[in-house]
Design a protein around this ligand. Structure first.
Ligand SMILES: [Zn+2]
Length: 510
């Protein structure tokens, strides 16, 4: 007699990318994005335009679409990129998951929806802890499947304690849905007895800034393309190839470009391919470095007429990497220089947004950007401005990384300061979608210069106006400055390129 009971699959996840120098993430910070327990996880996942991470929603929808299953939703929490998670909060999340998994009864699988670059105030591998907890409670026979951001920093424990890790493959991230689908389909294969995954893991002494981890071109993209091609050539032997560029700003012992290859059954196949990819990456390690555009050059270019429109990344202050989202270095430089026809977004400044809403459209206000400056590189900027647009801030992303996702930016305003129009929002999010400007009726196609507080994801949202040759990564100060030598590193294993020049690596002897 065959057992026809639908598979019982628990769902847990704590999604956070931690920048060690950014403020600690507390429970309210998660609640501001999402903190869901029980049935609410399924409800939110099944929405047409979910506001939770796309891979978790896609996992649920794909399980729904591919046969019967009995979901056991326990905890799904997510926070915008921040500092370390408060250690006591992580303990609380682990306790919720422990209780939920223990009370669930026999489980066939656990799905873990994490980012992978989380650190806690009191320890460095909470992602590994959560995965190990899933394995411990669900038991050795249950399948544990994990989705992670390609900026995850991978520990040995994370790989050893699960059956499969599926990482994003595109940067800018436009493949959340595909990766959630892939995780669910791979789980179906395992549950049907068609795969018994074995993984190989290599970490390189390579810790590049995220500007060197684009996937459309460059050495990281070449590693991913190679893995994809070889996986196809090895027809059916390889279940997944995930290459983690890592998140250098976590500054942890887990940092380093990581290769995780999962074979359908034969670990030797996984090891062979992991080694090939690691060698390709290491042979190219000197290319994981990039020169940024100096601020003065960016200002000069903005003042030039008869040139194609350009977009500037305020690379030092990317809220998507834990940046404060309100440094004023580029804004003040462009205003003082008298630049014309500039759109600049988006300043995370709730008091300023509130002031604009109270004043109303057409009012002139004395705007103080970043009045609550807390960092040395983080100066306030006070200037006369006209309120030219107001919005409630709930939008649905329309292009690239945020396409189809509901975002709650809170009360938002457009302020005109001479030739510069600046966007102010009340939730700390990177400007990676045209809706950040379009919600005010602003036409990106008519701007001479657009400035965004985003490191790389804006590329997919602004590609209709700005091909790669018109994109400039400007060297600005802040918590996400790609100029790594300016920062004091505490925990990254040294030597590591490009923090150190003299670095060697030899492949593992398996
Ligand atoms: Zn990422």
């Amino acid at each position: 007699m065959t057992d026809i009971a639908p598979p019982r699959v628990a769902i847990i996840g704590v999604w956070l990318e931690s920048n060690r120098q950014a403020p600690v993430a507390y429970e309210q910070d998660f609640k501001d994005f999402y903190q869901l327990e029980g049935a609410a996880i399924l409800e939110r996942s099944r929405e047409a335009n979910p506001s939770i991470m796309g891979e978790a929603a896609a996992f649920v929808k794909t399980m729904d679409a591919t046969g019967p299953w009995e979901p056991v939703p326990i905890l799904l929490a997510g926070c915008h990129p921040h500092g370390p998670i408060d250690g006591a909060l992580m303990d609380k999340y682990l306790a919720i998951c422990r209780k939920g998994l223990a009370e669930a009864g026999p489980l066939d699988a656990v799905y873990v929806a994490n980012h992978g670059a989380m650190i806690a105030t009191d320890r460095d591998d909470p992602d590994g802890e959560l995965i190990a907890l899933a394995r411990e409670i669900a038991g050795p026979k249950a399948r544990v499947v994990v989705t992670l951001d390609l900026h995850g920093n991978i520990s040995e424990r994370m790989v050893e304690q699960c059956d499969l890790i599926v990482g994003y493959r595109t940067n800018p991230h436009v493949d959340y849905v595909e990766r959630g689908e892939e995780a669910a389909l791979a789980l179906r294969l395992m549950l049907a007895g068609l795969a018994d995954p074995k993984s190989a893991f290599i970490r390189l002494p390579l810790t590049p800034a995220s500007v060197n981890l684009l996937t459309a071109s460059g050495p990281y993209g070449e590693m991913i393309d190679y893995g994809t091609r070889r996986r196809a050539e090895l027809a059916g032997d390889i279940l997944n190839v995930s290459l983690f560029g890592g998140f250098v700003f976590s500054d942890s012992e887990k940092n380093g470009v990581a290769i995780v290859v999962t074979a359908r059954r034969d670990v030797a196949r996984a090891q062979m391919l992991a080694r090939e990819i690691a060698e390709l990456g290491w042979n190219n390690h000197a290319r994981f470095r990039k020169k940024l555009t100096p601020l003065s050059d960016a200002v000069q270019l903005a003042l030039k007429s008869n040139r194609p429109p350009v977009i500037y990344s305020d690379s030092g202050d990317n809220p998507g990497g834990g940046g404060t989202g309100r440094t004023t270095e580029l804004l003040s430089a462009l205003v003082w220089a008298g630049a014309e026809n500039v759109l600049i977004g988006s300043f995370f400044d709730p008091p300023l947004a509130k002031m604009a809403h109270e004043a109303g459209v057409g009012a002139r206000i004395r705007a103080c950007f970043n009045s609550h400056a807390g960092l040395p590189c983080d100066a306030p900027f006070e200037v006369d401005a006209e309120v030219v647009g107001l919005h409630h801030g709930t939008i649905v992303g329309r292009l690239g990384y945020a396409q189809g996702r509901t975002m709650h930016l809170g009360p938002s305003a457009a302020l005109r300061i001479g030739g510069v129009t600046a966007i102010v929002i009340s939730d700390r999010m990177q400007t990676a979608d045209p809706m950040f400007f379009e919600m005010f009726g602003l036409d990106i196609g008519k701007a001479a210069t657009v400035v965004v507080k985003s490191r790389g994801h804006f590329r997919s949202g602004f590609i209709p106006w700005f091909p790669p040759q018109n994109v400039y990564e400007v060297d600005t100060e802040g918590l996400t400055s790609p100029v790594l030598e300016r920062r004091q590193w505490q925990r990254i294993p040294r030597p590591s390129y490009p923090l150190d020049e003299d670095v060697s690596w030899t492949p593992p002897e398996w």
